[in-house]
Design a protein around this ligand. Structure first.
Ligand SMILES: [Zn+2]
Length: 322
């Protein structure tokens, strides 16, 4: 199956992925773009396809010599069939305002717990893989940096209990960086909005010599050593010529609107994945087709491994950053 045969609408996707052979063909094309299927255990391409069971048999002698397209990916230990995975990916990638695990559970007939697990894996696949690239440019490319605070309202929890949980204000800080030319946004949860924390993220994500626009928070006050730094005073003038953070405000408002409609776990660990999802949606909203968005998510999902322990926060390193 070539890319042009990929389903282009939700209706086509439902029909196309109802056939398990189409699901396998779609995943094979994404996982092995050159068409040569390789054993995930030993890497050999001496494999034969057992069509009846939709698995391959590796000719080398070793354990797990039979494998499906899911083996060695984030879906390996999931009993959920490929068609359900693909339809869930379609929903998450292409629903403008995001979907909840309840919606996925209803739509593809799995339990809410399974849907939650799938949703989090899919979100992880939506995390930008920037491969160390930076935003801005050495000759003054314009970048906006801003921070936002998100989280549930503390109304339903007694003050003393919140303090006991160390959640005095119940809000989580998020830093956002947007390249004004490419429109690429990056965002992540940060432990605080101290100077060291924010500047570390800026140094990691913005090229030296870029024009960096921020508000007047003191956290940004030493940026001038590496960047052309201009600030806007939000209290006085909202826009000071080119010096503003309006592109990022746009991202924050979309993010907050989507978060408001969904149950949000307050732990920063989970919030990071919601933010990854929002950044994916924002970065792929213009000039990208539904089929291309599905392909992007599928490509990344196939290359990832994530265990249940990692997903539920018992091993925070799996969350990854930026
Ligand atoms: Zn092998």
């Amino acid at each position: 199956m070539s890319f042009t045969d990929s389903p282009k609408t939700l209706q086509q996707a439902i029909v196309h992925f109802a056939d398990p052979d189409n699901c396998v063909a779609y995943m094979v094309e994404r996982r092995w773009p050159d068409g040569v299927v390789k054993c995930p255990t030993c890497g050999s391409d001496k494999v034969t396809f057992i069509a009846k069971r939709r698995v391959w048999q590796c000719k080398t002698r070793h354990a797990k010599c039979q494998f499906s397209v899911k083996v060695g990916t984030i879906m390996e230990d999931s009993p959920i069939p490929l068609d359900k995975w693909l339809m869930s990916m379609w929903m998450v990638a292409n629903c403008r305002n995001g979907v909840s695990s309840h919606e996925i559970a209803r739509s593809i007939a799995v339990t809410q717990k399974s849907a939650w697990f799938m949703l989090h894996r899919i979100r992880l696949a939506m995390k930008a893989r920037d491969m160390g690239t930076k935003l801005g440019s050495n000759d003054g490319g314009e970048v906006e940096v801003d921070e936002a605070f998100v989280g549930g309202k503390p109304r339903n929890m007694h003050q003393s209990r919140r303090l006991a949980l160390g959640q005095a204000d119940h809000k989580t800080a998020v830093i956002g960086i947007i390249d004004r030319e490419t429109r690429e946004v990056r965002a992540k949860v940060v432990p605080n909005v101290k100077r060291e924390t924010l500047q570390k993220e800026i140094l990691k994500n913005v090229k030296y010599g870029s024009s960096v626009y921020t508000d007047q928070a003191v956290a940004y006050d030493t940026l001038k050593h590496k960047y052309i730094h201009d600030t806007v005073n939000h209290a006085e003038t909202y826009v000071n010529g080119r010096v503003h953070t309006n592109s990022l405000e746009n991202f924050w408002s979309l993010m907050k609107r989507n978060l408001a409609g969904t149950y949000v776990a307050v732990e920063p660990f989970h919030l990071d994945r919601y933010i990854d999802e929002q950044a994916f949606r924002f970065n792929n909203r213009i000039g990208v087709s539904d089929a291309q968005r599905l392909a992007k998510v599928a490509d990344q999902l196939l290359g990832l491994r994530l265990t249940y322990a990692e997903l539920t926060g018992k091993n925070a390193t799996a969350a990854g950053k930026f």
